[in-house]
Design a protein. Structure first.
Length: 331
């Protein structure tokens, strides 16, 4: 049998560039079934497979979404569902000019010997799952490591960095761009310096592990937190957050990385958009910066929808306005 090398497929670097360039960002709608169910229930919407599907359909079919959104991340359940018109979600996204992505970690557990730190799970069987997602059209994947300022140690950074690197290398082997997400949580009352220190440790160790695993940095997107005081501490200005974040990223993130897409961490939409705008304004950045926000884009839309079909258009408008606000921060 002869195999023909396809030359028409985008390279990992092409895809990573498309995800993070040109004033567009990534919509994170990949809450696990458990998290999504509890978010629906908080809004008084009984959770079901159909309710979760209807909500994700509302998001992806919002008119004008692709003007500021280059990619969308879903969990396994959504990735395998169909829109009400019968099209699979990944196909519908591509037809709308939006790259479909899949969260492939399976959540966290306590890291044995880690003094309360968490380890992200999901490496077992990951190769087979990636092959299946690639076949079903996934352009990129996401794996989230989670650190708390109070419990991060070199050991927990190494254990999670190693898992991130194995996931990233395996994703690239399957032609899928890995989003590498070492998140330092902003819950707590720590100050900016503590966030900077924890973020530096998480990022420097992760890039060390990525190098050991020979991951092609031009084919990844980094998804970090903003360096910011804890949500229960006095807030810093957007300019201060941007300067602190830039300081940490310049020290730890190699210039070869294709792009940096920030998470919102439960902070208000205007706050994270302003921090992104300030960061984007700073000169001499080797990597493009963009957003990969979840709650900052969708929370208000979910509330406005409330599970009622009559509110779909209003909810979609809120989503698109939030995405536009984030997109304008990087133009
Ligand atoms: P938030 O923006 O709500 O923090 O979520 C982004 C995300 O995907 C976390 O993994």
């Amino acid at each position: 049998m002869t195999t023909t090398l396809r030359t028409d497929l985008p390279t990992l670097a092409d895809t990573a560039r498309r995800m993070a360039h040109a004033g567009r960002g990534i919509l994170a709608a990949d809450e696990s079934i458990k998290t999504m169910s509890s978010r629906l229930e908080q809004e008084g919407i009984p959770s079901s497979e159909k309710a979760r599907r209807d909500y994700r359909e509302l998001l992806i079919t919002a008119d004008g979404l692709s003007d500021s959104v280059s990619g969308v991340i879903w969990c396994d359940e959504t990735f395998a569902q169909d829109l009400s018109d019968g099209r699979p979600f990944p196909q519908a996204a591509r037809e709308l000019g939006i790259l479909p992505g899949i969260k492939v970690d399976t959540g966290t557990s306590k890291l044995p010997g880690g003094g309360g730190a968490l380890i992200t799970e999901g490496l077992d069987g990951l190769g087979d799952r990636l092959a299946s997602y690639a076949e079903r059209g996934a352009a990129f994947a996401k794996w989230r490591a989670v650190f708390d300022v109070a419990t991060i140690t070199l050991y927990s950074a190494r254990a999670n960095g190693h898992a991130l690197a194995r996931y990233a290398a395996l994703s690239q082997q399957h032609g899928i761009v890995p989003i590498v997400e070492p998140e330092v949580l902003c819950t707590g009352d720590h100050n900016l310096g503590a966030s900077a220190q924890a973020s530096s440790l998480a990022l420097s160790v992760a890039f060390d592990e990525l190098a050991q695993a020979d991951v092609d940095l031009s084919g990844i997107v980094l998804k970090p937190n903003f360096v910011t005081p804890g949500l229960d501490a006095p807030a810093a200005t957007a300019r201060t957050v941007a300067a602190a974040t830039f300081g940490v990223l310049s020290d730890t993130v190699p210039p070869a990385v294709a792009g940096i897409a920030f998470l919102s961490g439960g902070q208000p939409t205007s706050h994270v958009c302003e921090a992104l705008r300030e960061l984007h304004r700073l000169g001499d950045r080797p990597w493009p910066v963009t957003f990969s926000f979840g709650r900052a884009l969708v929370s208000d839309a979910l509330s406005a929808w409330g599970g009622d079909a009559r509110n779909v258009a209003t909810a979609q408008q809120i989503l698109v306005d939030n995405c536009r606000q984030a997109g304008q921060a990087i133009r």
